[in-house]
Design a protein around this ligand. Structure first.
Ligand SMILES: CC(C)(COP(=O)(O)OP(=O)(O)OC[C@H]1O[C@@H](n2cnc3c(N)ncnc32)[C@H](O)[C@@H]1OP(=O)(O)O)[C@@H](O)C(=O)NCCC(=O)NCCS
Length: 169
């Protein structure tokens, strides 16, 4: 388990603590609870979907999924979807918790995970008017692709300390 600090703890109530950890199957109800009230839905590029949340989570459950917890509540979800030596990333922070550095924290951890898996590039896609996501990505060194809705980050030399025996959502 990883206990994290936000990038700007001054924005948080003193008692507020967040934990970031790999999702397990047992976390599914808490993850669904986050998405039940998540706005907007659909969000970026159609996810999280308005309908068929369970089916979407089933599709991504075999990938590395990270959950950000506030107490017993899931407030953030990050997914790394590897294909060959690249991976698509997606991050979702519940609207009650946005603007506190948590998205930055989650995406940073997904990038670290990608490095541990030996991947060479992580990339994402969003709408051009999704300023928070584009700012977040660029602040972590992602650059825009030819299609400006897409952003990518090339990684350093690979490490191989990632285990495929990870738990999933
Ligand atoms: C995109 C999202 C994950 C960002 O999460 P967050 O926790 O609010 O992000 P952070 O607080 O870490 O801020 C990230 C950057 O966005 C900026 N930002 C945050 N909210 C903003 C807003 N409403 N308007 C403009 N910029 C904003 C921050 O200033 C920061 O930029 P900086 O590093 O240059 O200062 C969150 O808004 C979200 O879940 N959106 C809906 C789902 C979505 O679009 N996901 C993207 C899928 S690829």
């Amino acid at each position: 388990m990883l206990t994290v600090k936000t990038t700007d703890p001054a924005l948080l109530a003193p008692s507020e603590r967040f934990e970031l950890r790999a999702a397990t199957a047992a976390d599914r109800p808490a993850l669904l609870a986050m998405y039940t009230t998540f706005e907007p839905r659909p969000g970026s590029s159609g996810i999280p979907p308005r309908y068929g949340l369970e089916q979407w989570l089933d599709r991504v459950q075999h990938f590395p999924n990270l959950l950000l917890w506030s107490g017993d509540r899931v407030v953030g979800h990050g997914i790394l979807c590897p294909q060959d030596d690249t991976a698509e990333v997606a991050v979702f922070i519940h609207q009650e918790y946005r603007g506190r550095g948590l998205g930055t924290l989650l995406l940073s951890e997904l990038v670290r995970q990608a490095r541990r898996m030996g991947l060479r590039r992580v990339w994402g896609m969003t709408e051009l008017d999704n300023v928070p996501m584009l700012r977040l990505a660029h602040s972590l060194g992602f650059v825009s692709a030819d299609d400006p809705r897409q952003f990518y980050l090339d990684l350093d030399e690979p490490h191989d300390d990632w285990s495929p025996e990870r738990p999933t959502a």
